[in-house]
Write a protein that binds this ligand. Structure first.
Ligand code: HEC
Ligand code: HEC
Ligand code: HEC
Ligand code: HEC
Ligand code: HEC
Ligand code: HEC
Ligand code: HEC
Ligand code: HEC
Length: 309
């Protein structure tokens, strides 16, 4: 009598330890929580009794706090009793996400240039946690780290390749201040109607017509007077006396673009001046030397030139 009573008292604990040993529950609370209530396991437990870690981060995804069934069709009895596995998602990513984020999908469809990362088969969940995260917008890492987690090498997709931004930043003396703040200051993470996934327009290549909107991205923060005033004694330091050398280089049919001279992310030289300009297959050195009241350069395209303010 006493023995069988003892057995009945111990049974739940035996079941529990056998079970948790096998399944390696992530939630430490599990053992103590269930020691009193183990009989209830098939009916009562909720997913978060064992998976609360998924919702522990600061920002939670609304559907995950509402019900796991929004995305998983896990059979609780099979899962807990027989240890059945499988993500059992109601749909594959990204369709799963589009199911609710319909407006987002519509916006994405309207964009002519999609980020290659969004076309990846794990698309959304490379960058977002479906459950919770300590980062804004459920990002898997802090946003700059997120971008550099792939752009820490030269990335090549179909037709083009993108330079190794992480190495560029690490090897540069001067970093363009907004780049310190992060990448989405200038880039859109998913897609864009501008070149290079930018938030506003910026031309491709070395030459472009210098109409005001061509370089709209730069004018988000800089004053377009640095380019547009033919004569100035204040709007730019790139001038010889009052002759605006931005204006000189960026007018007429062969108007240069900013990247002919500047690297928009970072550079080893003052004023973000590039080491080299690319002309088709060639890389011509710029040889820029700043001075107290001006500077000089000796590029492949003309003799050494000096400007003095
Ligand atoms: C009694 C504890 C317990 C409960 C309750 C529970 N799970 Fe699990 N679940 C586990 C364990 C243990 C694992 C395997 C280890 C891990 O991935 O954390 C697991 C794994 C999973 C996995 C990953 C499977 C895989 O193949 O990678 C999913 C998805 C999952 N559970 C969803 C759910 C959902 C949804 C619910 C509620 C309907 C739920 N679980 C309830 C214990 C539990
Ligand atoms: C918005 C959809 C969505 C909701 C809601 C959701 N999940 Fe998930 N879950 C996913 C996706 C997508 C994955 C695959 C993630 C991956 O492969 O990185 C996943 C993966 C998992 C895994 C595998 C381990 C891991 O961390 O990736 C577990 C366990 C899990 N979910 C449990 C749950 C539980 C428990 C809930 C409810 C609290 C829940 N999920 C709610 C979409 C969701
Ligand atoms: C069942 C519906 C549902 C599904 C499925 C779903 N979401 Fe959500 N998601 C929401 C709701 C509701 C919110 C909170 C309201 C809002 O911000 O739109 C949200 C918010 C978000 C946010 C934060 C938005 C913000 O402005 O802070 C991101 C990012 C996100 N979801 C990504 C995803 C990803 C990635 C997937 C696929 C793995 C996904 N969602 C699947 C319903 C869903
Ligand atoms: C390359 C990384 C990356 C990928 C891939 C990605 N996102 Fe995002 N997503 C971001 C970043 C970064 C933000 C934050 C933008 C901000 O804060 O302005 C964001 C924001 C969001 C938001 C909030 C609303 C908005 O537009 O700002 C939603 C919803 C969202 N993403 C859904 C998705 C879905 C669905 C997918 C899959 C199709 C996806 N994301 C793929 C990086 C990514
Ligand atoms: C999962 C890996 C991955 C992540 C994370 C990622 N990218 Fe990319 N990115 C790529 C790939 C692959 C390409 C395509 C390279 C090519 O042009 O061939 C690309 C291309 C780009 C381009 C060039 C697009 C063009 O049209 O020329 C920009 C800009 C860019 N990414 C910015 C970002 C930013 C900003 C983030 C963070 C929000 C980010 N990336 C996160 C993989 C990633
Ligand atoms: C001040 C605005 C600005 C910021 C901030 C910025 N970018 Fe860019 N990015 C640009 C412009 C403009 C281009 C196109 C010109 C060029 O390629 O140099 C570009 C191009 C790119 C390209 C394509 C390069 C190629 O070789 O085709 C990648 C990849 C990229 N950026 C990633 C990033 C990452 C990652 C960050 C954050 C660490 C970042 N950008 C921050 C303005 C910015
Ligand atoms: C989000 C704001 C922002 C955007 C967009 C931006 N910049 Fe800047 N830029 C700054 C800030 C802040 C500084 C540092 C203060 C200053 O010199 O104006 C700076 C500095 C610079 C410098 C170095 C100045 C020096 O003398 O050291 C150059 C060159 C430059 N930016 C070029 C560009 C170009 C080209 C673009 C467009 C592709 C651009 N910037 C877009 C914010 C921005
Ligand atoms: C022909 C080369 C060249 C081109 C093209 C060029 N820059 Fe510059 N830029 C310079 C030089 C050199 C300086 C440094 C001037 C100094 O401080 O002596 C400079 C300085 C700057 C500065 C710092 C503030 C100032 O005006 O002195 C900004 C911002 C800037 N450039 C933005 C741009 C933008 C935006 C574009 C494209 C619209 C552009 N630059 C195109 C050579 C160029």
């Amino acid at each position: 009598m006493e023995k069988s009573l003892m057995f009945l008292v111990l049974l739940p604990f035996m079941l529990l330890f056998g079970f948790s040993g096998q399944n390696n529950f992530k939630n430490n609370k599990m053992a103590s929580d269930y020691s009193n209530d183990f009989q209830k396991v098939p009916e009562d437990p909720t997913c978060t009794d064992c998976h609360s870690d998924l919702l522990e981060s600061k920002i939670t995804h609304a559907p995950a706090t509402e019900s796991c069934k929004n995305c998983h069709t896990v059979n609780l009895i099979e899962h807990t009793k027989n240890g059945a596995r499988g993500l059992n998602l109601t749909r594959k990513v990204p369709e799963l996400c589009y199911g609710c984020h319909k407006e987002f999908k519509t916006e994405l469809d309207a964009l002519p240039n999609l980020h290659q990362a969004v076309k990846n088969e794990n698309s959304c969940i490379i960058c977002h946690s479906p459950h919770s995260s300590d980062n804004k917008k459920l990002l898997q890492y802090e946003q700059k780290q997120l971008c550099l987690s792939c752009h820490d090498k030269e990335v090549t997709a179909t037709s083009q390749k993108a330079v190794n931004i992480k190495r560029l930043l690490a090897n540069s003396k001067v970093i363009h201040p907004p780049v310190e703040k992060g990448c989405i200051v200038c880039h859109q993470p998913h897609g864009s109607s501008n070149n290079y996934l930018l938030i506003s327009s910026f031309p491709k290549g070395n030459y472009a017509s210098p109409v005001k909107d061509t370089f709209a991205l730069c004018w988000e923060c800089h004053d377009s007077d640095l380019l547009e005033l033919e004569k100035t004694d204040a709007s730019t330091n790139f001038r010889d006396g009052e002759r605006n050398l931005h204006y000189v280089h960026m007018n007429g049919k062969k108007a240069r673009t900013c990247v002919m001279c500047h690297n928009v992310h970072a550079s080893a030289n003052e004023h973000l001046i590039e080491d080299k300009v690319q002309f088709g297959e060639w890389n011509l050195p710029i040889r820029y030397v700043p001075s107290l009241n001006g500077g000089s350069c000796f590029p492949g395209c003309h003799n050494e030139k000096t400007y003095t303010r």
